[in-house]
Design a protein around this ligand. Structure first.
Ligand code: FAD
Ligand code: DHB
Length: 391
């Protein structure tokens, strides 16, 4: 097989890139190790920055997001049992849209298949070759057959556990990595959200978090120790702990059947640069942010936009400068997101070694953030997605 852009991974980054390229008449082939149904039902992110929602709209992939997603123009910080609303709309003129990542993945797969372009699911033994040369290629197995795709460029969109990042010699990358001393236990429950806004809650027993998926479905998280096992958390224990941590004056938590639950470790990772020869990394293949800032999927989709723009310029005019600038342009956004996610994480979580004064420092920061218009605005503009005036 031969294509212009070989795309490894059918997550938000790979699917968005494939769609944006096809709108420009640029051919690509997407390969994916997972089954279509697994990829379409992987519950993860849910908060779209305004710029991400706008990009989905602009490329014709925003229809269902606009009709089924819910726009939030505020977010709540809950501490000492009281709510403090950050008015995203008033502070920034923008908001966020809650729409599940797996719904975006479904929408993008449907568009690609409708347009008659290939996605090869359930491939295995994926390897990248000659990525430093002019004619890189990908090899893999599909239904027992060995396949080779010759490409002009390869996009590594295969997430944190993919093969793309590891195909780059270690000496050519700088890796920044940090593990947090806690994890998130997340659930999806069939119950109307107990609050109108997303709630981030500081509590002495640890962080708790309330989000939505639809008027009838809630998404909730609890900070837990990294070694916790989901089997030790029967539904009643989860609801009791959520109730304790989320308790607030004049407010009660609605519970309901839990339809999905899992534990996710908290880590941060960045590799620099996001390019090696003819291989470009996008999304979690190049970086992971702790989920507290709700940035991972947004970065993945926006990087697909930046890469599509640069590739279009190169294929159309031969001008390589936007491709040469791709990594630096993305990394500036990545480090802003990393800082915001680290700041939110540090302010809201209970650290195993934290003493009473550290808790007071967190509360002082929260108090300042919700009371100072300047501090509230800083949180708000990062939450809805900070857009650099010059890129
Ligand atoms: P992925 O979604 O990981 O997709 C990569 C794809 O590549 C996968 O389908 C995988 O099967 C495939 N693959 C892997 N290896 C190979 C291979 N060798 N060959 C071919 N295919 C391969 N982000 C937000 O923006 N907002 C949020 O609110 C948010 N909340 C989150 C909550 C949780 C609990 C978690 C875990 C994450 C959250 N994130 C959030 C982060 C977000 O989900 C990720 O950043 C996002 O999935 C990154 O997309 P991606 O396309 O880069 O990678
Ligand atoms: C969701 C997840 C997040 O990590 C976050 O910061 C906000 C919302 C969610 O799944 O809805």
């Amino acid at each position: 097989m031969r294509t212009q852009v070989g795309i490894v991974g059918a997550g938000p980054a790979g699917l968005m890139l494939a769609h944006l390229l096809s709108l420009q008449g640029i051919e690509s082939i997407v390969i994916e190790t997972g089954k279509r149904t697994d990829v379409e039902h992987r519950v993860r992110a849910g908060v779209l920055e305004q710029g991400t929602a706008d990009l989905l709209d602009a490329c014709g992939a925003g229809g269902r997001m606009r009709s089924e997603g819910v726009v939030h123009d505020g977010v709540v910080l809950r501490f000492r049992g009281e709510d403090h609303r950050i008015d995203l709309g008033a502070l920034t003129g923008r908001g966020v849209t809650v729409y599940g990542q797996q719904e975006i993945v479904k929408d993008l797969i449907a568009i690609r298949l409708r347009d008659g372009h290939p996605i090869l699911f359930e491939v295995s033994n994926v390897q990248l070759h000659d990525i430093k040369r002019e004619h890189p290629w990908i090899s893999f197995l599909l239904d027992g057959a060995s396949i080779r795709i010759d490409c002009d460029v390869i996009a590594g969109c295969d997430g944190v556990d993919g093969v793309s990042r590891d195909s780059i010699p270690k000496r050519s990358l700088t890796t920044y990595s940090r593990a947090y001393p806690f994890a998130w236990l997340g659930i999806v429950a069939t119950v109307a959200p107990s609050a109108a806004d997303i709630v981030y809650c500081h509590h002495e027993r640890g962080f708790a978090f309330l989000s939505t998926r639809s008027p009838a479905v809630s998404r909730l998280y609890l900070q837990v120790a990294p070694e916790e096992r989901i089997g030790d958390w029967p539904d009643t224990r989860i609801w009791e702990e959520l109730e304790t941590r989320l308790a607030a004056h004049g407010w009660s938590l609605h519970d309901g059947p839990i339809t999905g639950k899992g534990i996710t470790s908290m880590r941060s990772l960045v590799v620099e640069p996001m390019q090696f020869g003819r291989l470009f990394l996008a999304g979690d293949a190049a970086h992971v942010v702790p989920p507290t800032g709700a940035k991972g999927m947004n970065l993945a989709i926006r990087e697909a936009g930046i890469l599509a723009e640069a590739l279009t310029m190169w294929f159309r005019t031969g001008d390589i400068s936007p491709l040469d600038a791709y990594s630096a342009r993305c990394l500036r956004r990545v480090w802003r997101a990393q800082h915001f996610a680290w700041w939110m994480t540090s302010m809201l979580h209970r650290f195993p070694d934290s003493d009473a004064s550290q808790v007071q420092l967190q509360l002082a920061q929260l108090d300042y953030t919700v009371n100072s218009p300047a501090a509230a605005k800083s949180l708000a503009e990062n939450y809805v997605g900070y857009e650099w005036a010059s890129e």
